[in-house]
Design a binder for this molecule. Structure first.
Ligand code: DSN
Length: 419
């Protein structure tokens, strides 16, 4: 029986949680930043460590009773250090946004300039958007991708760096399907004496498994989330090789931007890192990339345009504007047949973020669920058929059934807690 305590004590919440279980089970989850954690991660996440306040760091806490909080945080840190081959990890950020906030606080004074990628070209809200603390408190200058091949425009970054003398340069994106050359970023940062921050929230799993060059030792400081390709609980962390930077980061996380750490989440992070250190995880990441490539190839075979013409990672960015449609409409139609993905701006998009010309697809969650190249090819065709028949209800019914057939083959019991 699932959630037996909640079922009796609070049927209202229970019903909603069961509906979410069913939603995850009955649809194809293709949001590039999502994944399914293991039952072990879930168990740690729901542990009694949620009850514990542990402001401070292992061995230096403000409250008593932290002996096991210390033990679990130290274990999580040691596993993360091994996984990323790095000297220092702060495991406490509640999210990627919190991790980035702590880094800004460590290196920039209010109104000082930094370079980040334009949101419309694949950047992130915390890399300078005017609706975010990063754009309100500091002075963002945006770089983007080249118009011809939609890969990062390093000439532009170099020029902007010379002109604006930023205190920090951010390398790392939410919707960029290609490999990042961290060395080039570092060269530019050094040429103007800027700090290089790599935000590997999306590609952390690929970096950990050795399928993407690591920024550790190249960037001064590296931030990430733990719940995307890394397949851990929702959360963030910050890494560096540099002892002085490490001290600064610790104080900017706590007390700089956060209060008590979420100890149950830190326990779940430790479990996820333990999983990622196993050889099976490398195989998983290889499949994540193969599946994304298969999806990209299918789109191309069907005559669709994808940003940058392919993918090197877990992301495929489809240009639906080319088909005379907008991302918001296609995302809703996909949802209606059981495929969850998000509308996303594409470089030089004529539409704003709530409309967009693109759809971002990701392979991490469905790969965890067990789907392989055959299924990704089938899903690619379903998506193309839908876009080509967006006003054809009979076709949409047929495609919905095809999605149902796929999801039935991959039950999700092993991603839920049974009591
Ligand atoms: N919301 C995340 C994503 O989807 O990429 C980034 O924070």
């Amino acid at each position: 029986m699932l959630k037996r305590y909640l079922r009796q004590s609070d049927p209202e919440v229970y019903e909603i949680l069961v509906k979410e279980d069913q939603r995850q089970e009955n649809s194809l989850e293709m949001i590039a930043s999502e994944n399914f954690v293991s039952q072990s991660v879930l168990e740690a996440y729901t542990s009694t460590l949620t009850n514990k306040y542990a402001e401070g760091y292992p061995g230096k806490r403000y409250y008593n009773g932290c002996e096991f909080a210390d033990e679990i945080e130290t274990l999580a840190i040691e596993r993360a250090k091994k996984l990323f081959n790095v000297n220092f990890v702060n495991i406490q950020p509640h999210s990627g946004a919190q991790a980035n906030a702590a880094v800004f606080l460590a290196f920039l004074n209010p109104h000082e300039p930094f370079l980040g990628m334009d949101l419309a070209h694949g950047g992130h809200l915390t890399h300078g958007s005017k609706v975010n603390f990063s754009g309100r408190l500091y002075q963002p200058i945006f770089y983007g991708v080249k118009k011809d091949d939609e890969t990062i425009d390093f000439d532009q970054i170099y020029k902007l760096a010379k002109e604006h003398k930023p205190k920090m340069i951010i390398a790392g994106f939410s919707a960029y399907p290609r490999i990042l050359d961290f060395n080039k970023f570092r060269e530019i940062a050094d040429s103007v004496g800027a700090i290089l921050m790599a935000d590997i929230a999306h590609i952390a799993g690929l970096v950990a498994a050795g399928f993407h060059p690591s920024p550790i030792g190249v960037a001064h400081v590296v931030t990430t989330t733990t719940h995307k390709t890394l397949r851990g609980p929702r959360g963030g962390m910050i890494m560096t090789h540099d002892e002085e930077i490490a001290k600064k980061i610790n104080s900017r996380v706590f007390p700089g931007t956060q209060g008590g750490p979420l100890m149950h989440v830190i326990a779940a992070k430790a479990v996820a890192f333990g999983e990622a250190l196993k050889p099976e995880y490398k195989e998983y990441i290889k499949k994540v990339i193969d599946n994304a490539k298969t999806l990209a190839e299918t789109f191309l075979e069907r005559g669709f345009r994808i940003v940058s013409g392919g993918t090197d990672n877990h992301i495929v960015l489809l240009d639906v504007g080319k088909k005379g449609l907008t991302g918001n409409v296609v995302a809703d139609e996909l949802h209606a047949i059981g495929i969850t993905a998000n509308k996303n701006t594409i470089p030089f998009d004529p539409h704003p973020p709530m409309i967009t010309s693109g759809i971002r697809f990701g392979s991490p969650a469905l790969t965890t669920r067990g789907l392989g190249k055959d299924e990704f090819r089938k899903i690619g065709h379903i998506i193309c058929d839908l876009i080509e028949n967006i006003d054809n209800d009979t076709m949409k019914q047929k495609l919905k059934k095809e999605v149902e057939e796929i999801v039935k083959q991959f039950p999700m019991d092993k991603f839920r807690l049974d009591y």
